[in-house]
Design a protein around this ligand. Structure first.
Ligand code: TYD
Ligand code: MG
Length: 473
């Protein structure tokens, strides 16, 4: 009996199942299983495995292996080079994911122009937009260069053949969801097509040493449409994030076989496309609503980079019987719940009858607990309707006992704060860190201590809290 060549794959997590079901057995997502054709030539072997190139090779002593086969190509933007791990690696495949409209095509057209400006040739295969549209965008970004070749094509074979024939310095496929392999069933963007195309681009890139950038659209849930499985195939996964209505864009490395997967690059979208933002803290604090109740400044580390970020809270009393709302934009809602619980229990702040909204400015997402203290102070400040002092930065993780816990790389964070003219820093007690000039550094052991230090109240924290309590309840 011939082996079945069809299985089902989840477009969310890439998990496979032998038969269709309404719910993915791996990630429990609903209606995500799609038919997936398995290659007949290699039953039980994933097509991705073949992407690693020719298998007939001999063992080589570790000491004789060259550190890097070919030098990286530096692009004009330091921010982009940084995220790539120091430049574009020949023969690498980079997936650039992001929501529609965030600026993926713009970013890659900038990169293409930078390569072309240095005399390199770039092949831009567009299945998303007409050549006229691509030209219009390129004209906004910079001079139209003859070094950029546009290919309006969605057929996988044709794109691969053209890349092979032209052997450009860089190839861009915009987007992977529009590419189809005529040898497979399933429309453009289906798991079969997306996975097969990515595998083919991987093999081609390795074979001829041309770096290929793939644009991938992300669904609302955050997975690249078509499958997550794409992330496993390619060398590097970068996500472009940011609110479409705001300027700031963050390019985040999620996976990088050739560098750190922790780096971010910061850009701003304007009239003439993107611009790099080498000093994001200054940009993030530029229009901060300082001295407003509920505003606090925190320092978070993104990779090796400290960023000063403004967080805002709004605490609104509710007088109905519904459970109060907690809305977090730019941070994990569970972390917010924890911080609220600690404020209630350890700083006697009554919040159970208040809606609480927390917003991280600039469309940044905070994932570090080092921002806890600042977030707690911001909520407290709005509850009390009293602004935190100008120039204050709060650094520290909050424990459930209300203790302020130490965080990593405090030196870097304090230096960044001092560099941007902040004058006072609350830090966890017992931290070893230098004291930068111009920054008054105050060690705090607990949230209650931090509250009284922040508001520089002459009262003892207990009395202060009782007063605050009276104003809240
Ligand atoms: P685009 O690169 O087409 O997004 P994607 O490829 O991720 O779908 O960018 C589209 C958005 O960027 C669009 O909303 C307009 C905005 N934009 C500018 O604001 N300025 C510019 O110079 C360009 C080219 C785009
Ligand atoms: Mg696009």
């Amino acid at each position: 009996m011939p082996k079945s060549t069809v299985t089902f794959m989840c477009s969310e997590c890439g998990g496979e199942s032998l038969r269709w079901a309404g719910q993915c057995p791996h990630c429990q997502a609903w209606n995500t299983l799609q038919e997936f054709q398995v290659r007949k030539s290699g039953p039980g072997r994933k097509p991705a495995a073949a992407a690693l190139g020719p298998t007939r090779s001999r063992p080589v002593p570790l000491s004789e292996i060259e550190s890097e086969a070919a030098p990286r190509r530096s692009l004009a933007w330091g921010e982009l080079n940084r995220v790539l791990g120091g430049g574009v690696v020949p023969g690498s495949v980079v997936l650039v994911g992001g929501e529609p409209g965030v600026g993926k095509s713009t970013l890659l057209m900038h990169a293409a122009q930078q390569v072309a400006a240095k005399g390199g040739r770039v092949l831009y295969a567009s299945g998303e937009e007409s050549p006229q549209q691509v030209r219009m965008r390129a004209a906004r970004l910079g001079p139209l260069s003859s070094g950029i070749l546009l290919l309006a094509e969605t057929d996988l074979d044709s794109i691969c053949e053209t890349i092979r024939a032209e052997a450009p310095e860089m190839a861009i496929v915009d987007s992977i969801q529009t590419v189809t392999d005529a040898g497979f069933e399933g429309g453009a963007g289906s798991v079969t097509q997306v996975r097969e195309s990515a595998g083919r681009f991987m093999r081609l890139a390795k074979e001829i040493g041309v770096p290929i950038f793939l644009v991938g659209h992300v669904t609302k849930e955050g997975a690249i449409a078509g499958p997550r499985v794409l992330e496993h195939i390619v060398d590097t996964v970068l996500y472009l994030e940011g609110d479409r209505r705001q300027e700031l864009r963050i390019l985040r490395a999620m996976k990088n076989r050739f560098g750190s997967a922790e780096e971010i690059g910061v850009f701003a979208m304007g009239e003439a496309g993107l611009e790099e933002v080498p000093d994001p803290s200054a940009a993030l604090l530029a229009n901060a609503a300082l001295e407003a109740p509920g505003t606090a400044v925190v320092v978070v580390l993104e990779g090796t980079r400290p960023l000063l970020i403004e967080v805002q809270s709004l605490v609104n009393k509710t007088d109905n019987n519904y459970p109060p709302r907690r809305i977090a934009s730019g941070m994990d809602i569970n972390r917010l719940h924890m911080i609220i619980a600690v404020l209630e229990k350890r700083a006697s702040t009554k919040l159970e009858k208040s809606d609480i909204f927390v917003n991280v400015a600039g469309g940044i997402r905070i994932t570090e607990p080092a921002a806890d203290l600042g977030l707690a102070l911001s909520i407290y400040s709005n509850t009390r309707d009293s602004p935190l002092p100008d120039g204050l930065v709060a650094i520290g993780e909050l424990g459930l006992a209300g203790e302020v816990r130490r965080v990593g790389q405090l030196d870097r964070r304090l230096q960044e704060a001092a560099r941007h003219g902040l004058t006072r820093a609350l830090i966890p007690a017992g931290s070893k860190a230098g004291r930068p000039d111009g920054l008054d550094v105050v060690e705090v052991r607990t949230l209650a201590e931090a509250i009284s230090a922040a508001f520089s109240s002459p009262m003892k924290s207990g009395a202060f809290i009782r007063e605050a309590e009276a104003s809240v309840t």
